[in-house]
Design a protein around this ligand. Structure first.
Ligand SMILES: C[S@@+](CC[C@H](N)C(=O)[O-])C[C@H]1O[C@@H](n2cnc3c(N)ncnc32)[C@H](O)[C@@H]1O
Length: 404
């Protein structure tokens, strides 16, 4: 598992099980694993949650965290998933956060991911008292200091917890706020803007959403609203204009990372008849007002935003970079040592390419092209090397092809 968090997650699994059993008043059972009866019981809750949050979506925005069966299923199945997703994305932040606020925390997977990634003072905020109780129980079990706060942004006079933070996180929550459809974009963007006002200079707001077409596109609309309001995106976008994935109704943008999942999660997926073999999420990391977009390193850069696409005798992906979203293709027969990296790219990798030719609606690489890995998926794009004789504050110039 990348980013070295798999051992951390393995340590969490017995704690999650112990806290779940204690919450039901049934403290005993085999340590670190579920009995077949427990797998069956929790698996039924996982199935219900999965249908309600991803298929029919009737649970989105409902108070499912206050139902002990569904909260238990969330804790044992979705908690490890969100934790792993958050550790992946936290690996891309330019700075290690110390003070963290996790909004819509539920039982705290993202909050604990932030603590394990170096956070020192972490506050988890949610409207569900039951979920916050579990987060506190987990903190006790793990010997961690976690503050909790009740918070509901849809209530009149809702206020964000006081303080300034290095990082504010919102894991799988904004899709549950302010209803569905286009009308949700404006209040969601306003909430993000209010959160960003509490982010310190150099800090970040991280928003993660399910990798479903609807929720991912919802996030892209919010991204565009934030970019239009002058906010810079730290990751994953390098394109500074309106998101090109929104042009076609059928497109969306998500990350995918390999994930050898913990055994309990695997058992629950099987019991719930869910196919889960990789981590998939959509995410956005925003900088507070007044900060510039990160200056990319030199080269013609693209982030791979598709899986490898089928093609006879050629390799093809969709890339998205400072010049927008483009198809990238290379014939197998053009493979050589300068470009063979192109044959094994993963969604999320950032590459630099040279010597491309426009072809169809994309770019073709050939035997004179070079392909260089700039940042593998899950790693932040490095800044450009310092220029000799550079002025002390060079500012930022628009990337080639980016709208000014
Ligand atoms: C899918 S869970 C995400 C939990 C956790 N952040 C994660 O990433 O796994 C969505 C969370 O949003 C919370 N939520 C939904 N509507 C809310 C609201 N109006 N105010 C505060 N929290 C809300 C729910 O209580 C739930 O804990």
């Amino acid at each position: 598992m990348s980013n070295g968090y798999s051992k951390d997650l393995e340590r969490w699994m017995p704690r999650l099980i112990a806290v779940w059993r204690a919450s039901r008043g049934k403290g005993d059972g085999p340590e670190g694993r579920l009995t077949p009866q427990e797998v069956k019981e929790v698996g039924a809750g996982v199935r219900q949650l999965s249908m309600g949050l991803t298929r029919e979506r009737q649970l989105a925005g409902a108070r499912y965290m206050d139902d002990p069966k569904l909260l238990g299923a969330y804790l044992l199945f979705y908690w490890p998933v969100s934790y792993a997703q958050a550790r992946q994305v936290l690996g891309e932040l330019p700075n290690r956060p110390r003070q963290v606020l996790d909004l819509g925390s539920g039982p705290g997977p993202v909050a604990f991911a932030a603590l394990d990634a170096g956070g020192k003072e972490v506050t988890a905020a949610d409207r569900s008292k039951a979920a916050l109780n579990l987060a506190r129980a987990l903190a006790t079990e793990a010997g961690e200091a976690l503050a909790t706060r009740e918070w509901d942004p849809t209530k009149k006079a809702a206020v964000l917890p006081e303080g300034q933070y290095d990082l504010i996180t919102m894991g799988h929550v904004i899709n549950e706020l302010y209803g569905t459809g286009d009308s949700a974009t404006t209040p969601r963007a306003a909430l993000l803007e209010a959160a960003l006002a509490k982010v310190k200079r150099g800090g970040s707001l991280l928003v993660m959403e399910p990798a479903l077409r609807e929720t991912s596109r919802g996030l892209l609309h919010v991204r565009d609203a934030m970019v239009a309001r002058g906010y810079a995106v730290r990751a994953p976008c390098m394109y500074r204009g309106a998101c090109p994935a929104l042009v076609k109704e059928t497109d969306w943008c998500h990350a995918e990372r390999p994930w050898p999942m913990p055994r309990v999660v695997e058992e629950l997926a099987r019991a719930a008849s869910l196919h889960k073999e990789a981590l998939k999420m959509s995410y956005l990391v925003l900088a507070p007002k007044g900060e510039e977009w990160p200056e990319p390193p030199p080269g013609r850069l693209f982030r791979i935003v598709s899986e490898p696409l089928e093609g006879k005798g050629r390799h093809r992906y969709i890339g998205c970079g400072p010049e927008g979203r483009v198809g990238l293709a290379m014939q197998e027969r053009h493979r050589n040592e300068k470009n063979e990296r192109f044959l094994q790219l993963h969604r999320g990798d950032v590459i630099a390419v040279t010597e491309t030719e426009p072809k169809g609606d994309g770019l073709a690489l050939s035997d004179v092209s070079e392909v260089r890995m700039v940042a593998p998926a899950g790693k932040g794009v490095p800044p450009p090397p310092p220029k000799e004789d550079a002025p002390t504050n060079p500012g930022t110039s628009p990337s080639p092809g980016a709208p000014s």
